[in-house]
Design a protein around this ligand. Structure first.
Ligand SMILES: Nc1ncnc2c1ncn2[C@@H]1O[C@H](COP(=O)(O)OP(=O)(O)OP(=O)(O)O)[C@@H](O)[C@H]1O
Ligand SMILES: [Mg+2]
Length: 421
C-alpha cells in the first residue's frame, strides 16, 4: 500500500483509499472530468511554441479528443483534428504535460495557452547520507532536492550525482530495466519526489498528463501493471488526469508525422529498448527488450575492469562510434553497442516473422531511433551496418536518429496528452 497523505483527489472525494483498484480509479477519473468540465475554461494550442517541432496539427488546430493508443477506434494512435461529426472539439483545459519516466532520467514537457513550452529533466536517482541537523541545514541552504527517510537524508535528482561524486559513492535508482523497484522500500517515495520535482503539481485540477511506460517483456507483464498503476496514482495525487503510453508509440507520435505515422519508432534508453512498428498510425507490433545503456556500461566495465562510472562518463562524453577505437575501453564500447543493436534487431525480426496480423506493405518503412543510447556520434552508421545482417519481412527505408534523442518520448507523450479525453 502506497501512502500519499497529501492526495488532493482523496481529500476532495472523501477519502477513497484504493486508487490502484481499477474501479475506484475510474471513479477518480470521472470526478476529475466533472471538475474539469465545471471549470468552463477553454484553452487552445494556438500559442504553442514551434521550436519543439510538434506536428502542425497541434500547432494550428485544436486536436480531437479521439482515439487513444490503448483504446482508440481502429487502434489509431495519431491525434486527429475533427470529431466523428466533423465538428472541431475544444482542447483540454489548462496545462498539458508529457512525461518520460525513464530508468535513468525523468523528462517533462508542458504547454499551456499563455506561454511557451517548458521542459525540465532530472536524474532518476538518489543518494543517502546519515541524518544530521548540520547536513540538513547545508542542503536547505544550497537549495538541493532532498527528503528525510527515517534516519537518513536522501538527496535526489541531479543533486544525487553531485553528492555521489563528493562521497565517491554510487547513486541509487528507484527503477531498474524500465520498471519501479518494489524490492527497495525507498524507491517508491523517491520516485514520487523526483516526478514532482520535474512537473510539479497540476495548476488546475484534472490537467492532462501522459506518461511513458515500457512495453511488456515476455514473463514480466505483472510488474508492468504494478509500475503503471503506481505512477498513475502518484499523478492523480498531484492533481493530474493521467494516462500511460508505451515509449515506442510515443516515438512514433513525436517523430513520424511526416510519414503518416508509418514506420518503426525505437527508444534506446538506460534499462531497456522499446519498439513500436506502426502502419498508418495503427501499432502493429509493440515490444521491449531488457537491455539498454546500463547493459553496455556493466559489460564494458566487466571486461576492461574499470568502474562503471568511468565507463559511462567516457561513453557519454568522448565516444564516436563512427571512428576506429583507440583503446581497449573504446573497443569494448563499440562491441557492446553492436551487440545491443543486434539483440534489438534479432528480436524485431523474430517478432515480425511471427506476427499474425501483419499487413501487406509495399513501401519502404522509415526507422527513427531515440533515447540516450542513440546519442553518440556515429550511432546511425553503426545501426545501419548491423541492420544489413538481418532479413526483415519489410523493406527498411531511411534510418535516422531523432533531432533530440533525449526529448522524443516526452514530446510524443505531450502530443498524446493533447488528445486525451
Ligand atoms: N551523449 C550520450 N552518449 C552516449 N550515451 C548517452 C549519452 N547521453 C546519455 N547516454 C546514455 O543513455 C542512457 C539513458 O538514456 P535515456 O535517458 O533515454 O534512458 P531512460 O529513458 O532513462 O531509460 P529507459 O527508457 O531504459 O527506462 C544511459 O545509458 C546513458 O549513459
Ligand atoms: Mg526511456
Amino acid at each position: 500500500m502506497i501512502e500519499d497523505d497529501d492526495n488532493i483527489l482523496e481529500r476532495l472525494i472523501g477519502g477513497i483509499k484504493t486508487a490502484t483498484n481499477p474501479k475506484s480509479e475510474d471513479q477518480l477519473l470521472e470526478r476529475v472530468t466533472e471538475l474539469q468540465a465545471s471549470e468552463k475554461k477553454v484553452s487552445s494550442l494556438e500559442n504553442l511554441d514551434t521550436s519543439l517541432e510538434l506536428p502542425s496539427s497541434l500547432r494550428k488546430e485544436q486536436p480531437d479528443s479521439g482515439p487513444s493508443a490503448s483504446e482508440g477506434a481502429a487502434g489509431s494512435i495519431a491525434p486527429s483534428t475533427k470529431t466523428g461529426k466533423g465538428e472541431k472539439k475544444q482542447a483540454p483545459v489548462g496545462t498539458m504535460v508529457g512525461l518520460d519516466v525513464g530508468t535513468s532520467r525523468i523528462v517533462g514537457i508542458s504547454i499551456d495557452r499563455s506561454s511557451d513550452p517548458k521542459s525540465r529533466r532530472e536524474l532518476n536517482a538518489y543518494f543517502t547520507v546519515p541524518y544530521s541537523d548540520f547536513a540538513k541545514q547545508m542542503l536547505e541552504k544550497n537549495r538541493m532536492h532532498f527528503s528525510q527517510l527515517g534516519d537518513e537524508l536522501a538527496i535526489y535528482g541531479f543533486d544525487a550525482q553531485t553528492f555521489a561524486n563528493m562521497f565517491n559513492g554510487e547513486i541509487l535508482r528507484p527503477m531498474q530495466t524500465g520498471l519501479l523497484r518494489p524490492d527497495d522500500e525507498r524507491s517508491l517515495p523517491m520516485e514520487k519526489k523526483i516526478i514532482e520535482a520535474v512537473i510539479g503539481r497540476a495548476g488546475t485540477l484534472g490537467e492532462h498528463c501522459c506518461f511513458s511506460i515500457p512495453s511488456p517483456i515476455v514473463g514480466q507483464e505483472s510488474n508492468l501493471i504494478f509500475h503503471e498503476q503506481v505512477l498513475k496514482k502518484y499523478l492523480l495525487g498531484m492533481g493530474y488526469k493521467a494516462k500511460g503510453i508505451t515509449e515506442g508509440t510515443a516515438v512514433v507520435l513525436s517523430e513520424l508525422a511526416s510519414s503518416n505515422y508509418t514506420g518503426i519508432g525505437i527508444s534506446m534508453g538506460a534499462g531497456m529498448c522499446n519498439v513500436c512498428f506502426s502502419f498508418l498510425s495503427v501499432p502493429i507490433v509493440v515490444f521491449g527488450t531488457d537491455r539498454g545503456g546500463d547493459y553496455i556500461d556493466a559489460s564494458v566495465s566487466r571486461v576492461v575492469k574499470e568502474p562503471m562510472n568511468k565507463v559511462r562518463l567516457i561513453k557519454e562524453q568522448e565516444l564516436n562510434l563512427g571512428k576506429a577505437p583507440t583503446s581497449n575501453l573504446e573497443n569494448a564500447l563499440h562491441v557492446y553497442h553492436e551487440e545491443l543493436i543486434s539483440n534489438l534487431l534479432s528480436t524485431l525480426s523474430t517478432i515480425l516473422a511471427n506476427a499474425s496480423n501483419f499487413p501487406q506493405i509495399n513501401e519502404d518503412i522509415p526507422v527513427v531511433i531515440s533515447g540516450g543510447t542513440s546519442a553518440p556520434a556515429g550511432f546511425k552508421s553503426k545501426f545501419e551496418k548491423v541492420l544489413k545482417n538481418y532479413r526483415l519481412p519489410v523493406q527498411i527505408g531511411d534510418v535516422r536518429v531523432a533531432n533530440d534523442p533525449h526529448m522524443a518520448v516526452a514530446k510524443g507523450a505531450l502530443i498524446y496528452a493533447t488528445s486525451m479525453r
